[in-house]
Design a protein around this ligand. Structure first.
Ligand SMILES: [Ca+2]
Ligand SMILES: [Ca+2]
Length: 280
C-alpha cells in the first residue's frame, strides 16, 4: 500500500468516529496542558506539536469523509483560530479515548473553540457524560446559530430535535448472532430536554419500532441498539435504548433509518450504503 493510500485510509478510519469516550485509557502518556496546534484534520479533530491527536469536547462538526455539508467550512474555521497557535487544553474525567486521542476543550487566542464553532453554525452541541461543564454557553451559541439559520442549521438534516451522528448498520461479525452490534447514535440538537415516548424509528423495508419514554437532555446522545437489553436512562452515562428485535434490523448493503417524533414529523433520516460485494 502506498503511503498516500495508507494515510487516506488511516485518517478515514478515525475521522468517521464519533464514539463517546471509552472508560479506560489506552495510553498512559501525560496529557499536555498547553501545546501548539500543528495541524487540523477537521473541525473537531486536530494534532498538537507533541504528536497528540485531540478530539474536541462539547461539539460535533460535520465529517469530511464521507463529505457532509459544512465539513470543509468547519475545518477552515478551526484552522483560522488555532493552527500554529498555542492551545490551552481543558480535560474532564477521561483524558484520552479508546484510540489514545486526547479528549479536550481547546482555547486559542483567548477563545473557546467549541463555542466559536457553535456560534458559526459549524457543529452542534455534543456532550459525553459525565461532563461537569454547565452547557448554558454552548446551548446559547447553538441557539444563536440556529435562529440565524447559519451553516448546518440551513440544511435538511438539522431541522428536527435529533440528528443522527453515526449509523452502524453492519454489526461486527455475523449480524444474526450479534444483533446488539447494530446501532445508531442520535443527538438531541434542540435546546430542551426531550422525552422519546411515542418516537418511532423505521428502516427501508418498513419495519417500525416505538421508542420508550426516556428523557434525553439537550446535547446528549442516545444509542439506539437493535436487540434486547436493559435501557440505560441515566444522563450521567451514555443513554441507551434497545429496540428489542430478535433479528438484525439494518441491511448491511443499503438501508435508511428515519426517526419520527410523536406527531409523525421526521426528525432525521440517514442512509447506510456499502459499495462492493455483499458482506455478511
Ligand atoms: Ca445489519
Ligand atoms: Ca457484520
Amino acid at each position: 500500500m502506498s503511503l498516500l493510500l495508507f494515510t487516506a485510509f488511516f485518517f478515514g478510519a478515525w475521522a468517521q468516529d464519533d464514539e463517546p469516550a471509552a472508560t479506560t485509557d489506552l495510553t498512559t502518556a501525560p496529557a499536555p496542558e498547553k501545546a501548539t496546534v500543528a495541524s487540523v484534520y477537521d473541525g473537531d479533530t486536530l494534532t498538537l506539536s507533541t504528536g497528540d491527536k485531540v478530539r474536541l469536547r462539547w461539539v460535533n462538526t460535520p465529517e469530511l469523509r464521507p463529505a457532509e455539508a459544512y465539513g470543509v467550512e468547519a475545518r477552515e474555521a478551526t484552522k483560522a483560530l488555532c493552527l500554529n497557535q498555542e492551545a490551552t487544553l481543558i480535560y474532564g474525567e477521561t483524558k484520552r479515548d479508546g484510540y489514545g486521542r486526547l479528549l479536550a476543550g481547546v482555547e486559542c487566542q483567548g477563545q473557546d473553540l467549541s463555542v466559536h464553532l457553535l456560534d458559526l453554525g459549524l457543529g452542534h452541541v455534543f456532550l459525553i457524560p459525565p461532563d461537569e461543564r454547565d452547557p448554558k454557553t454552548l446551548l446559547e451559541a447553538q441557539d444563536r446559530a440556529r435562529t440565524a439559520k447559519r451553516g448546518v442549521w440551513s440544511t435538511e438534516s438539522y431541522q428536527g430535535s435529533f440528528h443522527f451522528t453515526s449509523f452502524h448498520a453492519n454489526a461486527a461479525g455475523d449480524d444474526r448472532t450479534n444483533v446488539n452490534g447494530e446501532y445508531l447514535r442520535a443527538c438531541n440538537i434542540s435546546n430542551e430536554l426531550v422525552d422519546l415516548a411515542g418516537y418511532k424509528i423505521t428502516n427501508l423495508s418498513g419495519r417500525s419500532f416505538t421508542l420508550p419514554s426516556i428523557l434525553v437532555p439537550a446535547g446528549h446522545t442516545v444509542k439506539i441498539i437493535s436487540g434486547t437489553g436493559e435501557h440505560q436512562a441515566s444522563p450521567d452515562a451514555q443513554i441507551e435504548i434497545y429496540l428489542g428485535s430478535p433479528d438484525p434490523i439494518w441491511n448491511n448493503q443499503r438501508d435508511r433509518a428515519t426517526l419520527y417524533d410523536r406527531h409523525g414529523r421526521v426528525m432525521d433520516s440517514r442512509i447506510h450504503e456499502t459499495k462492493g460485494p455483499p458482506r455478511p
